[in-house]
Design a protein around this ligand. Structure first.
Ligand code: TPP
Ligand code: MG
Length: 713
């Protein structure tokens, strides 16, 4: 149960200082005051157009410094949000570093000028770059704590890069009360409690999310009441404008987590005296009386008054401290304005790893084939086995991927191992700490993968069907793919997300048959892989696991067990570089550019035309990876054949083929002897009735017709 909040006072009455000496108290005040003055200064700079956005931590300073004081800087991890200026200062981020972000300087250590002010991050203080989507920090924070818990059980060596874990470290993740309305908050809390992870959820409740008051956000108006049934969750409610009471509960929460008793949630009531941001004016929705009431709870004057009243400092001493801080803040602001913004040449810096290039020849190894031919499912499974043996950091999880979560039944049952069996037997071989089921929550799966990858594990997360990836899209788009770029190369999340996709199985209908590749190829920083056969699947998955970037690895369900795409096992080191198309068949009349299930369908279309006495010499290109794209192979082929048809399963419009078509027009227009044609899925969802599915997805006949028509042109 939450400790009841006895009083939210305007006066700090705490008798006990909870072990903090006079010097500590004055230092806390200094940090709180510094934080407020940075906000004031930034607001001034915004009006002068020296910075381009401002959002303040005003009113949150007391709980912030208390949290920072309870943590071990550079040892514990913080996933902050934009109100956590004083918390970051307390952990050691400097005013200059904050101003560097505000002016958008290339030297900004948090993001190199890429993110807004107050998007805190630090290369060495264990503050990974923060993003803007409200609530998206919770799941990576849980993954971060989980990585340490798993590493200990798995026996991963602590000297791996990023694997600098300590078995008593804690993770603090913060957010406003509004952020607790996001599903990701609940998914994170659920797993933190379920796995008893050392995560402190610090909820800074200022009563508003921009203009929307608490009673609209939260049933019953109190997040701590709402979560009171979560097991092993230490729950504390506190006046977050009182630094001493805040310190008391934060210290307790940190101790609870250090001792591995489970997670904690601290519900801190704070104020927000400076409107939401400089783009907001709270007078539009808060009455004067309400604002006066908040002003009376302002932690900065109230703590100063307390320090004087209790004899920790005199008025004059505090005045001198304030003058000193004002000078330091002004100096830092002036210094920051002298720093340059990043140059245009830096745009692509740290989009992907600059150390390991999965397109390079390092990833081009020859297969050493052995044994009988087998299916794509088997060769994916064998790749995972090989790589898990080679790299102890690899963990595999998702829905139904384990053989059996209840390990005691494993002697009696065969085991599930994935709804398509790609992960069959992995739990049996590598144990339940490395191969495990997740809750049925896709954002949870990807968000935790982000946090684990950040800490040096190599997560392989499975999304059962791409049709259900959408709850995870925010994590993929906003966290996974952006981590390296937005931290200017200081943090990265090299995780592999495997997802099944595609139609042609019959009866899958609209939620088990879609392809959605272009919605992912549109995300910078994310590799997108789509193998068409068993051998490629094996080699490309190995590359995905050995590169240092996030990879979305698409597996076509229809191709999993086709006999025509089987291969013998290519050995434990077989890799295919990304961005290298395969010429499936050479030809001279026209080029077909495709991937996935349409590779075989195009071959069938070619054979059909031959049988009908209307042969076309087609050069068939299987792209294998959509991002990076082998534009050179396309260009080379089109220059020879002078005609090109692009075939894909997705709805045609706004799709992936339109981009390739545009690039062809751009780069080899002069070589074209005909229009760039597309054979695609209809602009509809895949229907259940087989006749409907057949009409919606591109068939052999459609491809044959398209090829013949373009040939005649
Ligand atoms: C997912 C998402 N939706 C909307 C926004 C725009 N937005 C930014 S902050 C905010 C309010 C957040 O309120 P709360 O969580 O209570 O934090 P506070 O700002 O009050 O500290 C909104 C709606 C956003 N950044 N992300
Ligand atoms: Mg709020």
């Amino acid at each position: 149960m939450a400790t009841p909040l006895e009083a939210i006072g305007t006066k700090i009455e705490s008798e006990d200082t909870y072990g903090l000496e006079t010097e500590d108290l004055v230092e806390l005040y200094r940090t709180m005051y510094t934080s407020r003055r940075i906000d004031d200064r930034e607001m001034h700079m915004k009006r002068q157009q020296k910075i381009f956005f401002q959002i303040s931590g005003a009113g949150h300073e007391a709980i912030n410094v208390a949290a920072g004081r309870a943590m071990k800087p550079g040892y514990d991890w913080l996933f902050p949000y934009y109100r956590d200026r004083a918390l970051c200062l307390q952990l050691g981020v400097t005013p200059l570093e904050m101003f560097l972000q505000a002016v958008g300087a290339g030297d900004d250590p948090a993001s190199g000028g890429r993110e807004m002010p107050a998007h805190f991050g630090h290369p060495t203080l264990r503050i990974p770059t923060s993003s803007s989507p409200v609530g998206s920090q919770y799941l990576p924070a849980v993954g971060c704590a989980e990585a340490v818990a798993r590493a200990a059980k798995i026996g991963v060596e602590a000297d791996e890069e990023g694997a600098d874990w300590h078995d008593d470290e804690v993770v603090v993740v913060s957010g406003g009360e509004g952020s607790t309305s996001e599903g990701e908050f609940w998914e994170a809390l659920n797993t933190a409690c379920n796995l008893k992870l050392p995560v402190i959820f610090l909820i800074e409740d200022n009563g508003y999310a921009i203009s929307v008051p608490i009673e609209v956000q939260t049933a019953g108006g109190s997040i701590s009441k709402l979560v009171s049934g979560y097991p092993d969750l230490l729950l504390r409610e506190v006046d977050g404008t009182n630094p001493l009471e805040s310190y008391r509960v934060m210290r307790e929460a940190v101790a609870h987590c250090r001792e591995r008793k489970g997670p904690a949630l601290v519900h801190a009531h704070v104020i927000r005296p400076y409107s939401h941001s400089m783009s907001d004016n709270e007078e539009l929705y808060k009455t004067e009386a309400e604002r006066d009431e908040e002003a009376a709870r302002d932690p900065i004057p109230n703590f100063a008054e307390y320090l004087v009243r209790q004899g920790h400092a005199s008025e004059e001493e505090l005045e001198a401290l304030r003058e000193e801080v004002d000078g330091q803040v002004a100096e830092a602001a002036d210094e920051a304005t002298g720093h340059e913004q990043p140059g245009p040449e830096t745009v692509y810096f740290h989009m992907v790893s600059d150390r390991v290039d999965p397109r390079s020849d390092d990833f081009a190894t020859e297969p050493e084939l052995e044994g009988n031919e087998t299916t794509m499912v088997d060769l994916l499974n064998m790749c995972l086995r090989d790589e898990m043996e080679r790299d102890p950091r690899i963990v595999v999880f998702g829905e139904d991927v384990a053989d059996a979560s209840r390990e005691e039944v494993l002697d009696e049952v065969k085991g599930k191992g994935g709804v398509f069996k790609v992960t069959a037997g992995l739990q049996r071989q590598f144990g339940g700490d490395r191969v495990f089921n997740s809750p049925l929550a896709e954002a949870n799966i990807v968000g935790r993968a982000v946090g684990m990858a950040l800490r040096g594990l190599r997560p392989v997360a499975e999304i059962q069907f791409v049709d259900y990836i959408w709850p995870a899209y925010n994590q993929i788009r906003s966290e996974l793919a952006t981590m390296r770029w937005r931290s200017n190369g200081h943090y990265s999340a090299p995780a592999v997300i495997r997802a099944t996709y595609g139609g042609y199985l019959g009866g899958g209908a609209m939620y088990h048959s879609q392809s959605s590749s272009s919605l992912f190829t549109h995300i910078p920083g994310l590799h997108v892989v789509c193998p068409s056969n068993a051998l490629d699947a094996n080699g490309l998955l190995r590359t995905a696991l050995r590169c240092e970037d996030p990879v979305l690895f698409f597996e076509h369900k229809h191709l999993y067990r086709q006999t025509y795409n089987k291969s013998a096992y290519p050995g434990p080191d077989f890799m295919i570089p990304f961005g290298r198309a395969r010429v499936v068949e050479e030809g001279s009349d026209l080029t077909v550019v495709t991937y996935g299930a349409l590779v075989e369908r195009t071959r069938k279309a070619m054979r059909k035309l031959e049988k009908e006495g209307n042969p076309v010499s087609v050069e068939l290109l299987d792209l294998r990876t959509l991002n990076p794209l082998d534009m050179d192979a396309i260009e080379r082929s089109v220059k020879r054949t002078n005609k090109v048809l692009i075939a894909y399963e997705d709805p045609g419009s706004w799709g992936w083929g339109a981009e390739i078509s545009a690039r062809i027009a751009d780069r080899v227009f002069e070589w074209l002897d005909g229009p760039v044609r597309r054979v695609t899925g209809k602009d509809a969802f895949v229907g259940y009735a087989p006749r409907l599915e057949e009409a919606i997805l591109p068939q052999v006949e459609d491809l044959a017709e398209g090829i013949a028509e373009l040939h005649r042109y």
